[in-house]
Design a protein around this ligand. Structure first.
Ligand code: KIV
Length: 264
């Protein structure tokens, strides 16, 4: 079975084939998603909310992400494994390199950092040291207290223009992948068109190069909560494997996300 690599993901963008991605936190689910041929598995700091029951992702530690990355790596044969750098784990160059090294040693093939142009030197420093980087823009959950809640970003024209500039700056710094969260559909398209690297959306409309969901949202099992941009595939199929299969099919065909799962 051919492993998914960053060049493979870039080839999918070039061919106009959508990239399917899910979060995963343990070996069993990672194996199930991998067997259905998911392209990317993210060990997200969303684990703070969906596994630990925290209100946000801020209490998550590098050790937490490393623990779950080791488990996901053991369950994965094919998918590309991406791990989140938690809140404040990339505040200084020394901390950044040490923490990224822990996640790569745990089995990640790339690390994800939240933020815009200000991350330029951090990203180039990581890449010089052999750590591939994914950016994360839009609703970056580690900044939830700056935003005053989990809110759609980039609705104002000036915010949207800044977000496109930030995306270009991350690509120039060497980021090879971008996650774009909770922005209007038109902005999701503008960012994906402006970049040569793949853009994986979550609540960013149907025109991004791929889609990612938190696995608990895709199964509809997040406690009392279903984000507008998600869909309960377990309710529709009644079986976990079929739910994953349908999610991947709908991402690949462009059926997901529908307008009702996107923002104006
Ligand atoms: O932490 C996470 O699961 C994420 C996704 C929402 C993209 O960053």
């Amino acid at each position: 079975m051919k492993k998914v690599t960053i060049s493979g993901l870039q080839a999918l963008k070039a061919a106009g084939t959508k990239i399917s991605a899910l979060t995963a936190y343990d070996a069993s689910f990672a194996k199930m998603f991998d067997e259905q041929h998911i392209d990317v598995l993210l060990i997200g700091d969303s684990l703070g909310m969906v596994l630990q029951g925290q209100d946000d992702t801020l209490p998550v530690t590098v050790e937490d992400v490393a623990y779950h990355t080791r488990a996901v790596r053991r369950g994965t044969s094919r998918a590309f494994v991406l791990a989140d750098m938690p809140f404040m784990s990339y505040a200084t160059p020394a901390e950044t390199y040490q923490n990224a090294a822990k996640l790569m040693a745990a089995g990640a093939s790339m690390v994800k950092l939240e933020g815009g142009a200000w991350l330029g030197e951090t990203i180039s420093g990581l890449i010089e040291r052999g750590v591939p980087v994914c950016g994360h823009l839009g609703l970056t959950p580690q900044s939830v207290h700056v935003f005053g809640g989990f809110k759609v970003q980039g609705r104002e024209e000036s915010q949207a223009a800044k977000l496109v500039e930030d995306a270009l700056a991350l690509e120039r710094a060497g980021a090879q992948l971008l996650v774009l969260e909770c922005v209007p559909t038109a902005l999701g398209k503008a960012v994906s068109d402006a970049l040569t690297i793949p853009v994986i959306g979550i609540g960013a409309g149907p025109h991004t190069d791929g889609q990612i969901l938190v696995m608990h949202d895709m199964f509809g099992i997040s406690a009392n909560y279903m984000p507008k941009f998600s869909k309960n595939y377990l309710l529709e199929t009644g079986d976990m494997r079929q739910a994953v299969q349908k999610y991947i099919e709908e991402v690949k065909s462009g059926a997901f996300p529908a307008p009702s799962q996107s923002f104006e």
